[in-house]
Design a protein around this ligand. Structure first.
Ligand SMILES: Cc1cc2nc3c(=O)[nH]c(=O)nc-3n(C[C@H](O)[C@H](O)[C@H](O)COP(=O)(O)OP(=O)(O)OC[C@H]3O[C@@H](n4cnc5c(N)ncnc54)[C@H](O)[C@@H]3O)c2cc1C
Length: 557
């Protein structure tokens, strides 16, 4: 935690140096001592401190300064730091004027120059004030702060990325500047241009990034974006349950392992508010929690986790070369594809335009707090939609599930159907499809078609969460490995047709279970053709694949 600041201001350099020295001598362990040679310079400093969200405990200010007197400075400073203690330094001759000004600037104390010896004339006064400040001052949030608009897709992406990577951040919604003093205090300090270029991410070291890419965000929030080595025994693309399991087993069995994840470890499971059917967790656990535990476990075994996106693969003899979005390349002997699936897009007018501005794919848990006391609409009738409905029902006034079919029985687990029925603020509308989304800059209404009556109703809506199945994103692998007509990757026995091995296969053995049409490239989890789309099966495949990786590596030259 950054130390709270003691700021001293005096236009007389010698006096300034002397007071700074005395302050450091006694308080440097617990406070950061800063100094300024004039009121305007001091105001600059505290504006910057405010944007960084650093606390100021005390102002110790000379009264007689050209331009801005001590009292005038303090009158402005307390607007930014109303809780900071205020002490005026005066010469004997100015005592009366200082006392007269005390009420105006709410000054806590005045000290006469010189203050020697400080043990008698300075420290006792400051000790008391600082103790008082410590006792009442709430701890400041000191992580990354994101200032933006709730309805901006870019703001949503940043919040989602940080939350899913377990990077703590504070969200400041610019629309609440009128009512929230903290948001206002930051907004007031920004230049007009900065207010227009939102979202703005403010890092604890003072760095401000406007509309950063996820790569820039990753780089500056402590995530690793560059590989430490150029060669690995095993490279894993995708950090969902399948990739994480493979990483843990691979590294624990001595393989130099790197795992590349473009969004956040945990994958789809990381977005699940409550997984109730994963072995060993009888009361369920959130996907975020599962992901966090798995990441700790993987790191403990020495897995290198990169926040990056794999964009292509090249083969060079026994080497598989992986190209990343930033142009970097790394090579490995065995490559494991665990890229899962992505939400299928809802094809209706207005939906694409308003995605991120009230319309979200998946449960988008980062938006839950914003839906407090509002109506939330969820499209979909599978387990993911049911879990999301349960999750949002804790915040929203009403959750409406729009289900295309006329029952949930075929698509959702029985335990979830029971929970939905027992939750009073969840309403399920069957035979219903969203056919249009309306709104200028953000979602304002949706058109819902009732397929039984063929009627279309326009319903006011601010939040729509879409969960209508998923598709693999494997086009970047299209020229390398064999896929089925929907893009899922074929493996093992699926590749041997009429006794024939896949095209280009040169080894005198069939592809191993979970091996693709290219020797040494394996596939696990949801992205695999024929997979069972569950956390446990992904984890199972990820761990089993490692034994085939070992067999492959034992022969590779
Ligand atoms: C909301 C929700 C609730 C669910 N609830 C349950 C449940 O209760 N029980 C259950 O068993 N299952 C549940 N599932 C299903 C389960 O989450 C999935 O089956 C499981 O996550 C699949 O794991 P995976 O590792 O194969 O892929 P994913 O979880 O999809 O992970 C793939 C990862 O690869 C990354 N990636 C993709 N392409 C690239 C690339 N080119 N470069 C780098 N990284 C890339 C993605 O960002 C992603 O993080 C749920 C799914 C959802 C969406």
């Amino acid at each position: 935690m950054a130390k709270p600041v003691l700021l001293t201001v005096d236009d007389d350099r010698e006096v300034l140096r002397a007071i700074e020295r005395d302050l450091r001598r006694k308080y440097a362990g617990d406070y950061r001592v800063l100094r300024a040679e004039s009121g305007p310079a001091a105001l600059e400093i505290i504006r910057e401190l405010k944007v960084r969200n650093n606390a100021v405990a005390l102002f110790l200010v000379d009264q007689r300064m050209p331009g801005l007197s001590g009292v005038e400075f303090l009158e402005q400073a307390i607007k930014l730091y109303p809780d900071a203690k205020r002490v005026l330094l005066t010469a004997y001759a100015d005592t009366d004027a200082a006392i007269a000004a005390i009420n105006e600037a709410g000054i806590n104390h005045y000290l006469l120059k010189p203050w020697d010896p400080p043990e008698e004339n300075l420290y006792p006064v400051l000790d008391e004030l600082l103790e008082d400040w410590q006792a009442t001052f709430p701890p400041q949030f000191e992580g990354i702060r994101v200032l933006g608009n709730r309805w901006s897709p870019a703001s949503h992406n940043i919040k989602d990325f940080l939350a899913r990577n377990h990077v703590p951040y504070q969200w400041l919604d610019i629309e609440t500047a009128g009512t929230d003093a903290e948001v206002r205090s930051v907004v007031d300090l920004l230049e007009e241009k900065e207010k227009r270029d939102l979202p703005l991410v403010i890092f604890p070291n003072g760095l401000r990034l406007h509309q950063p890419t996820l790569g820039e965000l990753a780089q500056n929030s402590g995530l690793k974006t560059r590989a430490a080595e150029t060669f690995y025994d095993l490279a894993i693309v995708g950090g969902g349950p399948a990739g994480l399991a493979a990483a843990v087993y691979g590294a624990s069995e001595g393989l130099r392992t790197v795992m590349i994840e473009r969004e956040a470890p945990g994958g789809q499971a990381g977005m699940s508010s409550r997984i109730e059917n994963y072995l060993g967790f009888p009361t369920g656990l959130s996907g975020g929690d599962l992901a966090r535990r798995a990441v700790v476990q993987a790191r403990r075994f020495g897995v290198e986790i990169l926040s990056a996106e794999a964009t292509s693969i090249r083969l060079d003899g026994p080497y598989r070369l992986l190209k990343l979005r930033d142009g970097a390349e790394l090579s490995c002997h065995a490559l494991l594809v665990a890229t899962g699936v992505e939400w299928r897009k809802l094809d209706a007018p207005g939906v694409e335009r308003l995605t991120g501005a009230g319309i979200y794919y998946g449960a988008a848990m980062t938006e839950a707090m914003s839906t407090r006391d509002e109506d939330v609409f969820i499209v979909g009738g599978a387990n993911s939609a049911g879990q999301a409905a349960m999750y949002f029902s804790k915040y929203a006034r009403r959750v409406v599930m729009l289900v295309r079919g006329s029952s949930l029985a075929a698509s959702m687990s029985q335990y979830l159907i029971k929970q939905l029925k027992e939750t009073t603020n969840i309403q399920i509308e069957f035979d219903s499809s969203v056919v249009e989304a309306h709104g200028q800059d953000r979602l304002e209404a949706i058109s819902v078609l009732c397929t039984k009556s063929n009627e279309v109703n326009i319903v006011p809506a601010n939040s729509l969460f879409i969960m209508i199945g998923a598709a693999p994103n494997t086009n970047w692998l299209a020229d390398i490995v064999e896929r089925d007509e929907r893009g899922f990757i074929l493996s093992g026995p699926d590749l041997v047709r009429d006794g024939k091995r896949p095209k280009g296969w040169q080894l005198d053995r069939d592809p191993a279970l979970l091996e693709t049409s290219v020797p040494g490239i394996f596939v696990v989890g949801d992205v695999r053709h024929g997979s069972v789309k569950r956390v446990a099966s992904g984890v199972g495949e990820g761990s089993v694949a490692i034994s085939f990786v070992h067999q492959y590596l034992s022969k590779v030259v």
